[in-house]
Design a protein around this ligand. Structure first.
Ligand code: NAG
Ligand code: NAG
Ligand code: NAG
Ligand code: NAG
Ligand code: NAG
Ligand code: NAG
Ligand code: CA
Ligand code: CA
Length: 574
């Protein structure tokens, strides 16, 4: 089985904490089983004999070609299942298979959930009984002959256990895995490295990192990693002093959730016709290490041109790039401190992961939780949303802890929540990628199925019931008002605050005005994260807002940019 997809889906679209057991009727694991069987069933239709080879091949891309990597072991354990999948394809739906495996089941008092169409629940039941006979020997091979009727956790299987452990380790912290001096900046890209924060130009000295003030004017070395150092011997002035001292240079932080981190699940991995192609699995490890996030291409801290078109395509523009262009002294001074699924409660905990001390250069923080405070997976979704009172408390707590650590003249831009009404309206009747091959699964089917298993990334906005969707929008608007209220009423001695309405409404309107379709702006797999088409448009709108409402947040244009370019070239790159 394709464990990459398995685990990716297990995080249901970047909106939930990295845990593999929640929901009812089998929850996340049932979802993963059904989706993976769905995709691999389609692969089996196209290249039936190659399915094992394709899986092993994916493992080799993931862990390097060695005969006993954790993934290969897992595939070998799951191999009998792959052959069953080939045998059953076209005869029963993936739901049936996962029920027969008991990964999906019907908990007491819950409905039967299924993603793919079945004529009736009775038929589903009788098919399940038939397939159960076929999977019995497989289950006995895995768990022995004792009672395997209870739902077992796939991560308990011998070969699969290592893989699950590996993934939970890499998704544990928000600090770089490779950071030899402990300053939270890294010299490698992935695993919370320079894709997330400016590259550490000397990773064995914690006094050298992006965003600090120069050390003795950076005459002897580049203490702030902006590529500018040394002495203008003719004038007897350090270059850093000459070019940057009066420039009001500053850094940028994106602090928030999966939207800020730019969550993206490569849709080629959902495409049975492409899944056998080598190119699309060129770098799955990197995707995993970055938690399915692509901050290096995001509207906030993106800095890199896209070079993996099999996985993601489009143009990159960001607040960081524009601040850098405005003042080259800002080079590498960016941090993306976002986590998939973060709510305002998580911000209170995650704020300590922002690397900035009182003596560093001032910072502009874009603080935005786009929806997780109103999005939850519970049946009584409205009752489980963050209240305005609690939201106020959380955001104030974040601001107050930042005030204690941020350099003077820092700025916090509070970004309002998204109005998610558009999601259901634009997607519900469209085919979901998992259903494209057979034309049989629409987004509304996926939404309903998630709701049924209580694993929905957002019961409120993905509900069939319009009054629930409207109530969700209402709460989001109220929480945005809280942010606006804080930004306009809270007086701070040390920092300034501003409110930025969520840019997505304007992004959608501008796009529609130009004749675009709304769905073209969002990730096809999950339907609500802004995709790479939307990212540069968000950057543009956000930039214009910041420039007009809080010009101090972006700083002035540095008149020395041309000289810096001439003297220091690409300033060491990113
Ligand atoms: C699997 O791949 C190997 C090497 O690429 C090849 O020799 C073998 O024939 C393939 N097996 C199948 C069933 O396609
Ligand atoms: C990205 O591509 C554009 C256009 O090809 C080029 O002007 C720019 O320098 C590139 N940026 C980086 C960071 O490589
Ligand atoms: C959801 O709301 C219900 C009813 O108010 C409450 O009993 C339950 O604990 C809440 N669940 C969570 C996870 O907040
Ligand atoms: C503001 O900065 C000063 C140091 O200049 C610090 O002592 C003080 O705690 C800060 N104020 C607040 C409200 O945190
Ligand atoms: C939210 O967006 C919908 C369109 O998707 C619009 O009809 C509605 O008025 C908006 N609600 C608010 C409160 O802005
Ligand atoms: C929609 O939700 C509202 C509020 O929870 C409820 O009162 C109403 O009965 C629901 N409508 C339908 C058709 O289920
Ligand atoms: Ca470091
Ligand atoms: Ca420097």
């Amino acid at each position: 089985m394709n464990l990459v997809v398995f685990i990716g889906i297990a995080l249901i679209f970047g909106s939930v904490p990295p845990t593999l057991s929640y929901g009812v009727n089998g929850g996340v694991q049932c979802a993963a089983c059904t989706i993976v069987s769905g995709i691999f069933g389609q692969v089996a239709e196209i290249h039936s004999t190659d399915i094992l080879n394709i899986s092993l091949n994916i493992c080799d891309h993931l862990f390097g070609p060695s005969t006993n990597n954790a993934c290969r072991k897992a595939v070998q354990i799951l191999e009998p299942l792959l052959f069953l999948l080939i045998e059953l394809q076209g005869k029963v739906t993936p739901d049936t298979l996962c029920y027969a495996l008991n990964i999906c089941h019907q908990d007491h008092g819950e409905k039967v959930c299924h993603l793919f169409p079945v004529p009736s629940n009775n038929l589903l039941q009788s098919e399940i009984e038939l397939v159960k006979i076929k999977v019995k020997p497989i289950l006995e091979g895995w768990y022995g002959t004792d009672d395997h009727s209870k739902g077992k956790n796939i991560c308990e299987l011998p070969g699969v256990r290592d893989l699950c452990a590996y993934l939970s380790t890499i998704w544990d912290g928000m600090e770089p895995a490779y950071d030899f001096d402990g300053d939270k900046f890294s010299s490698s890209e992935k695993w919370r490295g320079s894709h997330w924060r400016g590259r550490d130009c000397f990773d064995v000295n914690s006094d050298i990192y992006p965003g600090r003030r120069p050390y003795y004017a950076d005459v002897n070395f580049d203490a702030n990693c902006n590529g500018i150092w040394g002495l203008d011997k003719e004038a007897g002035i350090p270059w850093e002093t000459k070019f940057c001292a009066a420039s009001k240079s500053r850094g940028i932080v994106m602090f928030g959730d999966s939207v800020g981190a730019h969550f993206h699940f490569p849709s080629a991995w959902f495409n049975p016709a492409l899944i056998s192609k080598d190119a699309i699995f060129k770098n799955p490890t990197g995707v995993l290490l970055d938690e399915f996030d692509w901050p290096q291409y995001s509207f906030s801290t993106g800095f890199k041109n896209i070079t993996d078109p099999e996985l993601i395509q489009g143009h990159v523009d960001s607040i960081y790039l524009r601040m850098r262009k405005r003042n080259l002294c800002n080079h590498r001074d960016y941090q993306n401190v976002c986590r998939n699924g973060a709510t305002s409660f998580d911000l209170v905990k995650n704020v300590k992961n922002i690397a900035r001390s009182f003596n560093d250069k001032p910072l502009t923080i874009l603080l935005g939780v786009f929806g997780n405070d109103v999005c939850n997976r519970f049946p009584d979704t409205l009752k489980n949303m963050t209240s305005t009172k609690q939201f106020y408390k959380n955001i104030m707590q974040v601001i107050q802890s930042l005030e204690k650590t941020l350099p003077a003249k820092s700025h916090i831009a509070l970004i309002g929540l998204v109005n998610g009404s558009f999601i259901y309206d634009t997607l519900s009747e469209r085919l979901h990628p998992i259903g494209e091959y057979h034309g049989n699964v629409r987004y509304k089917d996926v939404f309903k199925w998630f709701e049924c298993m209580q694993i929905s990334p957002c019961n409120g906005w993905l509900s069939e019931n319009k009054s629930i969707r409207d109530a969700t929008t209402k709460r989001a608007v109220e929480l945005s008002h809280v942010m606006k209220y804080i930004a306009t009423s809270y007086i701070s001695k040390n920092i300034s605050l501003s409110y930025v309405p969520n840019p997505l409404t304007q992004v959608i309107n501008n796009w529609a005005k130009k004749g675009g379709e709304v769905w073209q702006l969002f990730e096809p797999i999950d339907g609500f994260h802004p995709n790479q088409v939307a990212q540069p448009i968000i950057a543009d709108i956000l930039w214009k807002t910041l420039k007009s409402t809080a010009p101090e947040s972006i700083g002035p244009i540095n008149p020395h940019n041309k000289e810096i370019l001439k003297m220091f070239g690409d300033q060491g790159g990113h």
